[in-house]
Write a protein that binds this ligand. Structure first.
Ligand code: FMN
Length: 336
């Protein structure tokens, strides 16, 4: 039996296989952050392609926390209906559904003020953010909590907190972007405080599987390293996080040279060092490669990004390659 196509128990839910669609912004909402017909087709197609768990793209918990004005939103009750429809469409094909709750911090490109732990712009092309007050921080924690309630109402199976890629939470985690002198800056414990409080707030309203995506390395001298994330992941585990989705980079401008599986060592180190399940992501496109990562216990789930933009039926092809038997949607059997 292949491991890629073996079911996986993620806390209370069973995934039919270990293939996860990584969150990918489609920048296809309008200013209002509502689901559009594009999203309905896009996500349902990947569900028909037999992906085990589909994570919706970064979805903003407040309007000023959008990467762009075309991001999906979950800051208002009006968002629930469209998200609910998306969930229903994906579940129709046996996929489990998740949503990535996000705040873009200093990488927001929307109108008006933007916010970050410290008043430092990402680059010349970005606005300088306002340093968040303690009241601003409390509001963001509350926004993540309210978003979790809305996600539950929409029927999602899984929540993922976006703690990666230089968006708000990862800006707090990294000493390269967090220069605060209060209880949210300085020591590892202080830089982790916002994520700790967001997890606790979400856990107070959400009992289901909870994932956190991290950038486990900044590729910068004054940034975080994998060792920091082993410590952070131990804390996440003690707070009831079920799996760490391990990405890297995006916090500061850095020269990164990706190659197939370049982030797998990070997933492996966190899995071993913090004794918590991890997801591996980054240029994994070949079934045998995915199987190798799982068989060698380097990670527990395989997250696929760009390959699913060009091959929504990747799982069906991968099953053929690995000699696993899975069923296409009943309507398509004659074509398979
Ligand atoms: C179009 C696009 C949009 C993305 N949007 C998000 C996002 O919303 N949230 C996130 O955590 N990562 C995002 N990513 C990163 C992917 O989830 C993934 O980690 C990355 O593409 C590496 O995996 P891959 O080599 O399989 O594509 C995005 C990537 C792409 C290509």
């Amino acid at each position: 039996m292949t491991k890629l196509f073996a079911p996986y128990q993620l806390q209370s839910i069973t995934l039919k296989n270990r293939i996860v669609m990584a969150p990918m912004c489609m920048y296809s909402a309008k200013e209002d952050g509502l689901v559009t017909p594009f999203h309905l087709v896009h996500y349902a197609t990947r569900a028909a392609g037999q992906i085990g768990l589909i994570l919706l793209e970064a979805t903003a918990v407040v309007p000023e926390g959008r990467i762009s004005s075309n991001d999906l939103g979950i800051w208002d009750d009006t968002h629930i209906e469209g998200l609910q429809q998306l969930v229903t469409n994906m579940q129709a094909y046996g996929a489990k559904t998740g949503i990535q709750l996000a705040h873009a911090g200093r990488k927001a490109t929307v109108e008006g003020d933007i916010f970050a732990p410290s008043a430092m712009a990402f680059s010349d092309a970005y606005k300088t953010p306002r340093e968040m007050t303690l009241a601003d921080i409390d509001n963001v924690i509350e926004a993540f909590k309210n978003a979790a309630v809305r996600a539950r109402q929409a029927g999602f199976d899984v929540l993922e907190i976006h703690g990666a890629h230089g968006y708000l939470i990862s800006e707090f985690l990294s000493p390269a972007t967090n220069k605060r002198s209060d209880q949210y800056g300085g020591s590892q414990e202080n830089r982790y405080r916002l994520l700790r409080q967001v997890i606790d707030a979400i856990r107070s309203v959400w009992e289901g599987p909870l994932l956190v995506r991290v950038s486990a390395e900044d590729y910068a001298q004054d940034g975080t390293t994998m060792e920091d994330f082993i410590v952070f992941s131990r804390w996440m585990k003690s707070q009831g996080v079920d799996l760490v989705d391990v990405s890297t980079g995006g916090v500061v401008q850095a020269d990164i040279h990706p190659f197939p599986g370049y982030q797998v060592p990070h997933a492996e180190a966190i899995k071993l060092g913090a004794n918590i399940p991890t997801g591996a992501v980054g240029l994994i496109t070949i079934a045998q490669h995915a199987e190798e990562i799982l068989q060698n216990n380097r990670a527990d789930l395989i997250f696929l990004g760009r390959v699913l933009l060009r091959e929504p039926y990747w799982p069906l092809h991968a099953a053929k390659e690995l000699g696993a038997k899975i069923e296409p949607p009943v309507q398509y059997v004659r074509g398979w």
